[in-house]
Design a protein around this ligand. Sequence first.
Ligand code: ADP
Ligand code: MG
Length: 153
Amino acid sequence: MEKSVATLSEFEAEAVRFASQLMPHEQATLVTLSGELGAGKTAFAKAIARALGIEEIVTSPTFVLEKIYLLPEEKAFNYGMPKPSFKRLVHIDAYRLERGSDLNALGFDELVRDADNLILLEWPEKVADALPAPAVRIALASHPDGSRTISYG
Ligand SMILES: Nc1ncnc2c1ncn2[C@@H]1O[C@H](COP(=O)(O)OP(=O)(O)O)[C@@H](O)[C@H]1O
Ligand SMILES: [Mg+2]
């Protein structure tokens, strides 16, 4: 599926729509974010973080590599049924990593085993050899007019 958005606010709204339909699995839910520098990977992750109730927002994750946020308790209900929800949002930027084994230092294996984790990973290409199959692969592209294309695979 592919979506085109013209503005940053439409882009953020699309990120929120996407995140709202994610549900925990047996293992962590891994969502990879691909695209050139400036395509909007971090902006996408930030919009999801905000929608999940995180107020203290990511500084520059390219320098931080990994941030783990404890999510506030889910109060939303779907048709009267409590919606299963994630307990943690893990935001990883692999831009500065060289190989999959560099993820060991981030405790990645353990994070992946925990179904309570939603993991958003920028630059999956850098660590492809160590990644389990993502739940969703997102590819972002920016265009000269500032619009963005978001592809879900
Ligand atoms: N329509 C848009 N969608 C997403 N980002 C946009 C848009 N218009 C402008 N931007 C800006 O583009 C930049 C994208 O940067 P960032 O998310 O850090 O990219 P990446 O993480 O892919 O390198 C942000 O500063 C964001 O505010
Ligand atoms: Mg980024």
